[in-house]
Write a protein that binds this ligand. Structure first.
Ligand code: AGP
Length: 606
């Protein structure tokens, strides 16, 4: 996500703003910018690259002032570049923004028809244009901002300044924004780390709050201008804690961010009323000619492909072949020019996955990337790209990237199904209704995290775990085992439950706990037999299911019930307790959860 900070108080706003941006760098970004009110007009500077690059370009002298805004950009619309960086200044209005304006294309078209010209590819730029439009029609500054906000759909946290005005305005809807109340100074920020060094007194804004700050006077209203009462809270966070939003580790923060990450991945792409899925700028070849779909990735992203294969084959009736990128790139696969190759990567910089993409392109196939980082190599060099809007994933162990990858695959499956005439608008409406329940269902699981922590704490002494699942939940347990092994260093192995009799059952005794993921679907009874086989050999079972079953509960050491959903979406819910279990075991074992030994966040070498 982008980072926003605003300051109003003493002289020296520039240094304070740059220092604040440095404290937001952990969020991940590709460009930075600053705006300061100087001599009655707002002066801006922007730079693709690091905050230090921006700082080298300006200096406190030529950016003197006592009020300003600053921004670190995590690109979602418009590749990283100076002209797409924030702040955006249109006329005498300057804006910084975090979030996604879902209806920006229609607003942009309408504004262009009114003769307005745009210089960036961002969704953000429509905001200052709308404000200027209302100012030109006679509204005052505050009213013009409110009127513009009412036109926006999607998520945003914004800061606004205007030439000739001592007022700074901020507003929040779904994207995070808080107010810092300092000693003779007021601030806004995306989160506490940016300004924790200046104050520990915050107002945590709510959706539709509009903040007006003028010469140290603070007013908070709703969109209609009615004043609202917001409490100033004092938090006892250290700087390090604040970076993680109060969570002990980035990984835990990112596990708990999944409801919002999924919501943001859906924004602008699902049209429930029309019963369709839309992807901006996706220009696939003729889907009627696709005879096979390849899905290629590494690690967690590969597990997302294995799950997608179940979705695609069940609903599109097209053969899907999955492969690990480091295998695909060397085995000279037999590819047909009409095949579609989908490459998945959170970072977009994984060497093997990029090499696999080049191999496919060399053979003339269309390559589609599913990525989380705009402007990454894989996203730039593939012919098509669909982004997971998970926001920066800092923890080495991938969590929200995985669940948003599955979400994108699900939407892509619906999109292709519609194009191929296999799914009608009613089918899609029905699937979308289930998809939209996911953020709430994940929240329900997260609300029971203490239960998972107890299971983890009671079983973290084991040195080996076996994970069992069937069908679409076999890749789910592959991912659960990967999470456990890579952050807790406990050996964990996942098997298709039907394979138990073909070898793994020899491992079962009182020292081999078995994690079983089995919603009550068509293979549940078979998996119950596996549980019986484990228990009769003194093995211990931890069952994750969607329907409480007294018989299985009496045989298992623990049963965790997840909310019900359709088959294709079960992994998104089943993986959450497994992520939490891995996290809590690692945390209590004292390993370096966010930076596990020997691992890197992005494997940019072979
Ligand atoms: C996942 O927890 C691991 N950190 C690792 O397997 C990762 O998924 C893999 O390296 C692929 O990374 P990518 O998605 O950035 O390509």
């Amino acid at each position: 996500m982008c980072g926003i900070v605003g300051y109003q108080g003493r002289e020296g706003a520039c240094d304070i703003l740059i220092d604040a941006l440095r404290r937001l760098e952990y969020r991940g970004y590709d460009s930075a910018g600053i705006a300061v009110l100087q001599g009655g007009s707002v002066k801006i500077a922007r730079k693709q690259g690091k905050v230090s690059d921006l700082w080298n370009m300006i200096s406190s002298e030529n950016f003197a002032g006592s009020m300003g805004l600053a921004h670190t950009r995590w690109a979602t619309h418009g590749v990283p570049s100076e002209r797409n960086a924030h702040p955006h200044k249109v006329g005498d209005v300057t804006v910084v923004h975090n979030g996604i304006i879902e209806n920006y294309l229609e607003l942009k078209e309408s504004l262009k028809q009114d003769g307005r010209t745009f210089v960036s590819d961002t969704d953000t730029e429509v905001i200052p244009h709308l404000i200027v439009d209302y100012l030109d029609k006679g509204s005052g500054f505050e009213e013009a901002v409110r009127q513009a906000l009412k036109r926006l759909k999607g998520s945003y946290a914004i800061g606004v300044m205007k030439d000739g005005s001592e007022t700074m305005i901020a507003a929040k809807k779904e994207s995070p924004l808080l107010v810092g109340v300092g000693d003779g100074e007021l601030m806004i920020a995306s989160d506490a780390p940016a300004i924790i060094n200046r104050t520990n007194r915050f107002i945590f804004l709510e959706d539709n709050d509009v903040v007006t700050m003028t010469n140290g006077e603070l007013k908070i209203t709703d969109f209609d201008g009615t004043e609202v009462d917001r409490e100033v809270k004092t938090v006892q966070w250290t700087g390090a804690m604040a970076e993680k939003g109060g969570y002990r580790h980035f990984m835990l923060k990112e596990i708990f961010e999944q409801p919002r990450a999924l919501s943001e991945t859906l924004i602008g792409r699902i049209r429930e009323e029309e019963g369709e899925v839309v992807f901006d700028d996706l220009d696939l070849p003729d889907v009627s000619k696709i005879r096979k779909i390849w899905m290629v990735a590494c690690g967690t992203s590969y597990h997302a492909c294995l799950i997608a294969r179940h979705m695609f084959e069940a609903n599109l009736r097209v053969p899907v072949e999955t492969d690990i990128a480091s295998e695909f790139r060397y085995r000279d696969p037999i590819l047909d020019r009409d095949d579609l190759v989908i490459l998945v990567s959170q970072s977009g910089e994984t060497a093997d996955t990029i090499a696999a993409m080049k191999e496919a392109r060399k053979k003339g196939l269309y390559t589609l990337a599913i990525c989380n980082v705009l402007g990454s190599t894989l996203s730039r060099e593939s012919q098509g790209v669909v982004y997971t809007h998970a926001g920066p994933e800092i923890g080495v162990a991938s969590t929200k990237a995985f669940t948003t990858q599955i979400t994108v695959f699900f939407m892509l499956m619906l999109y292709l199904g519609r194009l191929k005439g296999l799914l009608d608008s009613n089918d899609i409406r029905r699937h979308l209704a289930e998809l939209k329940k996911l953020p709430r269902n994940i929240t329900a699981i997260l609300d029971s995290s203490a239960v998972i922590e107890e299971i983890a704490r009671a079983n973290m002494h084991y040195r080996h775990f076996l994970f069992l699942g069937r069908g679409i939940n076999f890749p789910t347990v592959l991912e659960g085992a990967l999470k456990l092994k890579e952050i807790s260093y406990i050996h964990a192995e996942a098997y298709a439950a039907g394979e138990m009799k073909h070898g793994p059952i020899a491992l079962i005794d009182e020292n081999m706990p078995v994690v079983v993921v089995s919603p009550k679907d068509q293979t549940y009874k078979k998996t119950c037999s596996n549980i019986e086989e484990v228990v009769t050999r003194r093995g211990r079972v931890f069952l994750f299911t969607d329907t409480f079953d007294h018989d299985m509960a009496s045989k298992s050491d623990a049963v965790f019930v997840i909310p019900e959903t359709i088959y294709e979406l079960q992994p998104i819910l089943s993986i959450v307790p497994l992520q939490l279990m891995a996290y809590y075991m690692a945390n209590h074992l004292g390993t370096d959860v966010d930076q596990p030994r020997n691992l890197a966040k992005s494997v940019t070498v072979e």
